[in-house]
Design a protein around this ligand. Sequence first.
Ligand code: FAD
Length: 343
Amino acid sequence: MSLEEYKGVFIFAQQVDNHIDNIAFELLGKAKDLAAPLNTQVTAVLIGYQVKDLADQLAEYGADRVIVVDDPELKEYRTEPYAHALSSVINEYKPDIMLVGATAIGRDLGPTVSARVKTGLTADCTSLEIGDFPIQPREGVEQKHNQLLMTRPAFGGNTIATIACPDNRPQMSTVRPGVMQKIKPIKGAKAEVVEYNPGFTPNNKYVTIEEVVKKVSETVDIQKAKILVSGGRGVGSPENFEILKDLAKAIGGEVSCSRAVVDNGWLPKDLQVGQTGKTVRPQIYFAIGISGAIQHTAGMEDSDLIIAINKDETAPIFDVADIGIVGDLNKIVPKLTADILAA
Ligand code: FAD
C-alpha cells in the first residue's frame, strides 16, 4: 500500500471514568494546526465503555470526526484490549498521523500500537510541525515534503532532536501534556460520529482487574495554576518553603519546584517542573533560588511572565526571565509578600 493512501490527523482521546483527559483537547488543538497545510481532517479516536456521549466535547474542541470503539472490555484501561482497539482503527482507517498523549496510559499504549502496526514512534514530543525532511537537503538523500517533524529533548535534555518517519505510516508520536494549546471550544459544534468495533474475543487472555483503589492526590495540579511560585535548591530547606507558600497565598498562586528540591525530599514529585516533571504555562511563574538548568526551563519557558529571584547575576534563569531580581531570596520574598498584602 502506498503512503499516499494514508490520510488525516488522528488523536487518541484518552478518557478515564468517562471524563476526557485534558491532553485530548491539547492534541486536538495541535492536530488542527497540522491538518491545515495537509488540507485534511482531524479525527479523534474515543475508546471505552458507554463513552459515545463524550463525542460532542471532542467536536467542540476541533474534531471533525469521532471514531468510537465502545465495548464492555474497554471499561478500564488495560494494554491488550486498548491496543487491539487502536491498532484495528489504524489498520481500518489508515491515518497519516497518529498522536497519543505522553500520559501513563499513552506511554504504554503508543509504543505497543506502533509495534503492532509496524511503524515508528517518537516519544515525549514537545513540538510538532509539517515540513521537509531531511530539513537540510543532503546529497544522495531524497528530501520528502509534508513530513511530520517531531521534536523532543535528547541526551538528557542537552540537545533537541527533530525526528521524522519518512518511510512508514502512520507517523506516530506521544506528546507531553501541557505543551500544546487547546482551541477555545466552539459551543454546539458537531462532528461526524462513526461507531467501530473490531470484536473482542470472548475467551480472551486479558489481564483481569480485581479491584481499583483510587488515590486522592494531596497536592494541587500545578498545570492548572495561573500563578506558580517555584522554588529551587537555593531555598535551602523544606521549612524555608514557608516563605514561598506565604507569597503564593498572598497572590492566589500555588507552589511548585525544581528537581533538586524533589531529590532532596523537600516537596513531592507531583510539584516538579521540567523535563522529567510537568510542563507548565501559567500567567506568572516565579523562579526563586532556581539556577535555570535546561531541564528545568524546558518545562516553564512558555509561561506568560517569568520573574526570577537569584543571588547569582550570571544564573541562566535570567536568560529566560522577563523580570530578574538579583539578591537574597530570604530578604526579597518576605518583603514582596508584605508589600503585596499591604497594597
Ligand atoms: P541549583 O542548580 O543548585 O541552583 C540553585 C540556585 O539557587 C543557584 O542559582 C543559586 O545562585 C541560587 N541561590 C542559592 N541561595 C540563594 C539565595 N539565598 N537567594 C537567591 N538565590 C539563591 N531539573 C528540574 O528542575 N526539572 C526536571 O524535570 C529535571 N529533569 C532532569 C532530567 C535529567 C535527565 C537530568 C540529567 C537533570 C534533570 N534536572 C531537572 C536537573 C537539572 O539539571 C538541575 O540539576 C536542577 O534543575 C537544579 O535545580 P535548582 O536550580 O533548584 O538547583
